[in-house]
Structures are given as structure tokens and as C-alpha cells.
Write a protein that binds this ligand. Structure first.
Ligand SMILES: N[C@@H](Cc1ccccc1)C(=O)O
Length: 501
């Protein structure tokens, strides 16, 4: 029988009467467990060995656990310092003991919370009274740390406590044991010849031309292998791209524009009065340097100013409140991408547009919100608008129904709403697939004449801002947006979440 080197070695090292683990074989053969595992699976495929698998749990020390194993658990160090200072007879001020025990930073709280729990003593009004006959040498958690570090076992309740404290971590693994089958024994008796099968193509093999005569080992695609995570497009980016594809498919063109913009484009062009509470309570992220925009179309400034002061049309009223150009020139991170819609509708971005037109963007916006499961300080907005003659709310609803149905969402709901820049306005809601909760997914409406006339648009424009992250929640069932985005994100989830097309 001819076998590649690793397989021949494993076959010879295996026994018919005693199963040997992959780790034992690897140590005996001075090979890596990966090589032995692979060879064992190939031998098993050929019927020469049997592999038995057993789920096994291993417990290892975290960096913090390792540190305490070397330096002593903080509560034990506090107890020893307390005994040294005579705290078993008379309480000693805490500050003094912390210095003696060499404890500072987070270790102080850790020492204090475990000290009393383990019966090392009491802490009252800033002084420590130590239990005279406590035995720090018999500390079960310290003993467990030592035992686990040495590869041994420790009592379950000690391990649980250490795990709770973040000093050890449990890992699930599989232990594989190999035994020779009858066929394997026969094969061995008949004699095994080592074939020079090549396991991996090297640059040498290729340049020397040796690959022409080499015998290549077959791949075993069923063998267990270490998981290697390659780079991968983030689910949010992937969903953003999918949204773009859907909108392009619906006849929309993409807008682009600055993340930092003048309040003029973010608010004033939208007929948001300068003294509107939203312009302060929206908590904008203002820029201090540069502070203002220089480049604004003078004639548009004038038309917007007049719309704010006097209104638009015969029965227009306006706000009759002061309008300050400098206030409009202030720069901030955009709180919505409707600033882009203003730049495009005004002709500032790509020149004057004739109806019909459809535009969208899927871009970041910034709001000083309080972080929670459904709010981030920055998120992606799916902005969009349609410019055409004779648009109605029916068109708006139809567009959303069409858009969301492309993502399998067929039960969106509408609620009348108020925006200073649209009339009528609607908020959109969808049902969370896991919790069943109705969540807000967007805001929309038909732009008022006070917005459109200064921009020089004389037909209807319906528009919206939808939250990409909420769409993600509805399509994937995420419950906490922080699992997907930001420093608390769940890497395992991001690595393994399935792609939806
Ligand atoms: N700017 C609105 C969305 C919107 C855009 C356009 C028209 C109506 C509403 C928001 O951020 O909530």
C-alpha cells in the first residue's frame, strides 16, 4: 500500500487496541494537530482507521486571570496587607492598606467586592476589619487558577465564579481519537510504502518544473479545518448597496454632497424658521473651524430670506421673524441628507432640472441623540425625491410600497405627521419580525410651495428620508443596532450573518 508521508506515519503510530487522540499522535510524531487531523480523516475515508469524536470543554485563563495568578488575587493581597497592619485587632484605614497591598485603579473595587464575599473581613466607614482566622492560602479561586493554568481541573463552582469575574474563559472543542480498523491492521502487515505526495503547491515546485512529475494529495473537503475569517463587506454597507441597486432599478439617480454643510442647505432652504426649537433641540454638531460657508448663491439667499419673512404666493404669510444670513451660513454636520435634495432641486448641484426627475442618496447623517438600542449618533439615511406634475399622496405611498416590497416588507403603515417643509407629511412604520413591535422607519411628504418656489421649481416634488439601520432591523431581525455598528458590535454575528439578495 502506498500512502503519503503523514498518513503512513499516523497509520503506524495508531493502535488497534487503544484509541489515541490527535493531540497525542501529533506529539508523538512531532507534527501539527492540523496535519494529523487531515491525515486521520483521509485514512478514515479509506477505511484504515476509525475516528471517534467527543465534545470537550477547555477552560483557560484570561490575561487578567493570568495576572492575578502571578500577583495574587486583589482580595487576597488586601487581606495579607490587613493582617500585616494588625487589622485583625483594630480596623485600619483603607487608604493605608491599599498602598501596602499595592492596589490601585480597578483592582481596588475588585478587592473590596470580593473581600467581604469571601469572609476576609468587613469594611466600615472607610476602615478595614480583618477576620483573624481566615486562610488566604486556602483561597479556592486562587487554587483553581493555579490548577487550570497547569492544565488540570478545578471544582465547578470555583470555575463558575472565575468565569463570572472574567478571569477564565470556557471554550468548546472536539477531541478526536483514532483507532486502527481491521483493514488498517491488514494494510500495515502487508507493508506501507511512503508516496511522495505533495500536499501544497510551493513557488519552488512551480519554478523548478517539478510539479510536472509530482503526485498531488487529494483534497478532503469534508475534513474539519480551522475557521479562517477573510475580509468581508459589512452588512450595513451591503444593505446600502442593495438599496442603491433597488432604487436605480426604479429609475432613480444618485446624489452626492458634503457631510458638513451650511445651515442654509440643511435648514433654511427647507423653510425651517431660524427660531424653530428644532434648530436648537436637534442638537446639531456645529463646526468651529471653518465656521461658515462663503459660497452660497446670492439670488437664492434672497428668495429664501423673503419666503421666511413674507411667505410665498398671494396668501403666503411667512414667519415674520428675523432672518439672519450669518446664521444660515454656519457650518454643521448634516442632521439629514435633505440638504442634498435642496442642493439638487435648486440647480446648485447639477444645473436646472426639468421634470420628471428621480433622485436618491444613501448617506450618513449625524444627530446628537442619546445612544440606545435604536439610536446612534450617526446613521444612514435613504433620502429620495420625485419631481413631476400632479403628484399625490397615492404616488408617495405607492413608491414606498414598491420599495419595501423589494425587501420582503409588505405591511408598512403610514401616520400623518408634521414637517415645516412638507404638507402633507407622513411617518412610516414597519413591524419588527422578532419582537412584533411597530417601529418608525421613515419620514416623508410633499414639499411646500415655501420650499419649492425659492428653489425655482414649479411642479410637485414628493420626498422622504428613511433609516437604513431600521430597514436592516426589519429584514434581518436585529434588535439592538449596537450589535451591528460601533464599538459594541457583535463580531461573530457580523462574520456569520447570511447574505440576502
Ligand atoms: N428630513 C426628514 C425626512 C424627510 C425628507 C424629505 C421630506 C420629508 C421628510 C428626516 O430626517 O426625518
Amino acid at each position: 500500500m502506498r500512502l503519503p508521508q503523514a498518513q503512513a506515519a499516523v497509520l503506524e503510530a495508531a493502535s488497534a487496541t487503544e484509541s489515541r487522540t490527535v493531540e497525542e499522535l501529533a506529539a508523538a510524531l512531532d507534527e501539527s494537530p492540523t496535519t494529523v487531523t487531515r491525515a486521520a480523516f483521509e485514512l478514515a475515508d479509506a477505511g484504515l482507521v476509525a475516528i471517534e469524536e467527543e465534545a470537550a470543554e477547555s477552560v483557560s485563563l484570561t490575561d487578567e486571570g493570568e495576572r492575578y495568578r502571578e500577583e495574587g488575587l486583589p482580595e487576597v493581597r488586601l487581606y495579607r496587607a490587613a493582617i500585616d497592619a494588625g487589622a485583625d485587632e483594630e480596623p485600619v484605614p483603607m487608604g493605608e492598606l491599599l498602598g501596602r497591598a499595592g492596589l490601585d485603579g480597578p483592582a481596588v473595587n475588585i478587592a473590596l467586592s470580593n473581600f467581604a464575599r469571601k469572609g476576609y473581613g468587613r469594611i466600615e466607614s472607610g476602615a478595614v476589619a480583618a477576620t483573624p482566622d481566615a486562610d488566604p492560602d486556602a483561597d479556592e479561586e486562587a487554587a483553581a487558577l493555579d490548577a487550570l493554568a497547569a492544565g488540570g481541573d478545578a471544582p465547578e463552582d470555583a470555575v463558575e465564579e472565575l468565569e463570572r469575574r472574567g478571569l477564565v474563559r470556557r471554550e468548546e472543542g472536539t477531541v478526536r481519537s483514532v483507532t486502527l480498523t481491521d483493514e488498517g491492521v491488514t494494510g500495515l502487515m502487508e507493508g506501507v510504502e511512503v508516496a511522495d505526495a505533495v500536499g501544497a503547491v510551493t513557488a519552488d515546485l512551480l519554478t523548478s518544473g517539478e510539479w510536472r512529475d509530482a503526485e498531488f494529495a487529494a483534497y478532503n473537503v469534508e475534513a474539519d479545518a480551522e475557521t479562517i475569517y477573510g475580509g468581508r463587506e459589512h452588512i450595513l454597507r451591503r444593505t446600502a448597496n442593495r438599496v442603491k441597486d433597488v432604487l436605480v432599478g426604479m429609475g432613480f439617480q444618485e446624489m452626492e454632497g458634503p457631510h458638513v454643510d451650511a445651515d442654509f442647505w440643511i435648514n433654511d432652504a427647507l423653510f425651517m424658521p431660524q427660531d424653530h426649537p428644532a434648530r436648537t433641540h436637534w442638537d446639531r454638531f456645529a463646526l468651529s473651524d471653518p465656521r461658515r460657508i462663503d459660497d452660497l448663491p446670492e439670488d437664492l439667499i434672497e428668495r429664501v430670506r423673503r419666503a421666511h419673512l413674507e411667505g410665498v404666493g398671494d396668501d403666503g404669510e411667512g414667519y415674520h421673524s428675523p432672518w439672519d444670513e450669518e446664521f444660515a451660513r454656519a457650518l454643521a454636520l448634516r442632521g439629514h441628507t435633505t440638504s442634498l435634495s435642496m442642493r439638487y432641486l435648486s440647480g446648485e448641484a447639477v444645473g436646472d432640472l426639468e421634470p420628471p426627475q428621480r433622485y436618491f442618496s444613501v448617506e450618513k447623517v449625524y444627530r446628537n441623540d442619546t445612544l440606545d438600542a435604536t439610536h446612534l449618533l450617526e446613521f444612514f439615511q435613504i433620502e429620495g425625491w420625485v419631481m413631476a406634475e400632479g403628484l399625490s399622496v397615492r404616488d408617495l405611498m405607492g413608491t414606498f410600497t414598491e420599495f419595501y416590497s423589494r425587501f420582503g416588507i409588505t405591511d408598512i403603515r403610514f401616520k400623518p405627521h408634521y414637517n415645516p417643509y412638507t404638507e402633507p407629511s407622513f411617518e412610516l412604520f414597519g413591524r419588527h419580525p422578532e419582537t412584533g413591535e411597530i417601529i418608525e422607519i421613515g419620514n416623508s411628504g410633499i414639499f411646500r410651495p415655501e420650499v419649492l418656489e425659492p428653489l425655482g421649481v414649479d411642479c410637485d416634488v414628493m420626498a422622504w428620508g428613511l433609516a437604513l439601520e431600521r430597514l436592516l432591523m426589519l429584514t434581518y431581525g436585529f434588535e439592538d443596532i449596537r450589535d451591528v455598528h460601533g464599538t459594541l458590535c457583535d463580531l461573530d454575528l457580523l462574520r456569520s450573518v447570511e447574505v440576502m439578495h
